[in-house]
Write a protein of this length. Structure first.
Length: 299
């Protein structure tokens, strides 16, 4: 993995981790479908000027990187990612209402196990080093997030299915990111996700402009940074990267959310949580260590 890709994915995890506060505060003003829909449209709109400027820059400097796929691939990838993002984020937002934040973080980050398992069926062979890193990261997540008696409830089931769809989302990005322009695919993804949110938003909730105005700050943060910036960085950073390793790095969002609460909000970081953070970082470092031979083969 190139350092540039690793940095993009770590930055993605950082933004997602700190955006948990905005996501929680936003629910005080808006329903889950309204919040997800509005922030997706904000994310898509934020990328439009970026696409315009990038095209002008590439035309002027003749530096546009060639892409393997066609316009059809771009639309198909953006649409599929948008529908998956809608389903996963909706389940996550609904599940958070019925369970604790600790369990929500643990179950959502379960994609670090699901991604390599699903990868087996896609003929992506993951080596023992990555599987060891997954086990260490999973242990770290448990120490980091689970501080109460673990019981299975309605919210936990919703979050698990959300994690499953997030895993498919990561694998779909792994397929399309080397073939299309990442920023354009991200833009399509957000508008599709926002459009898909309109039906349940008007059918199940009562969106009001006044509520959106009151919750403008969490909406803006979640829309511009969590959607517009972070998901775009994910698509670009995942290009030609082992999806199992990418999921490990992205799972640092749970670690960053705890550290952000400790540094910014003055929340206490227990010994148990500290051990979880150390294990998480150790797993990421292990996954990045160079091999004598390539561990992942793409069929």
């Amino acid at each position: 993995m190139r350092p540039k890709n690793a940095f993009m994915l770590i930055l993605t995890a950082f933004i997602w981790g700190t955006a948990f506060v905005a996501q929680s505060v936003g629910m005080d003003y808006l329903g889950p479908f309204t919040f997800n829909g509005v922030r997706s449209f904000i994310g898509g709109a934020a990328l439009l000027p970026c696409i315009f400027l990038l095209e002008r820059f590439n035309e002027k400097n003749c530096s546009a990187a060639p892409v393997k796929g066609s316009r059809k691939d771009l639309i198909a990838g953006g649409t599929l990612c948008g529908l998956l993002l809608f389903a996963a984020s909706s389940l996550q937002q609904l599940g958070i209402q019925y369970t604790t934040a600790g369990k929500a973080g643990f179950i959502t980050a379960f994609y670090i196990v699901i991604v390599p398992v699903l990868g087996i069926f896609l003929r992506k062979k993951t080596g023992i080093k990555v599987w060891t890193a997954v086990l260490i990261a999973l242990t770290g997540l448990y120490f980091l997030c689970i501080t109460e008696t673990f019981t299975i409830g309605k919210g936990d089931v919703l979050l698990f299915f959300g994690a499953l769809i997030f895993s498919v989302h990561i694998l779909v990005i792994d397929y399309y990111s080397p073939r299309v322009e990442g920023v354009k695919m991200a833009c399509i993804q957000f508008f599709v996700c926002g459009a898909a949110s309109l039906v349940p938003m008007f059918a199940l909730e009562t969106p009001k402009a006044a509520d959106m105005a009151e919750g403008w700050l969490p909406l803006l943060y979640a829309g511009v940074l969590s959607c517009g910036v972070a998901y775009t960085l994910q698509i670009i950073g995942q290009k030609n990267v082992n999806p199992a390793i990418a999921s490990l790095i992205l799972s640092l969002e749970s670690c960053f959310s705890v550290l952000a609460g400790w540094i910014i909000l003055g929340e206490t970081l227990s010994v148990r949580e500290s051990v979880g953070c150390v294990l998480m970082f150790a797993a990421i470092v292990l996954a990045q260590l160079p091999d004598k031979k390539e561990e992942v083969q793409y069929g």
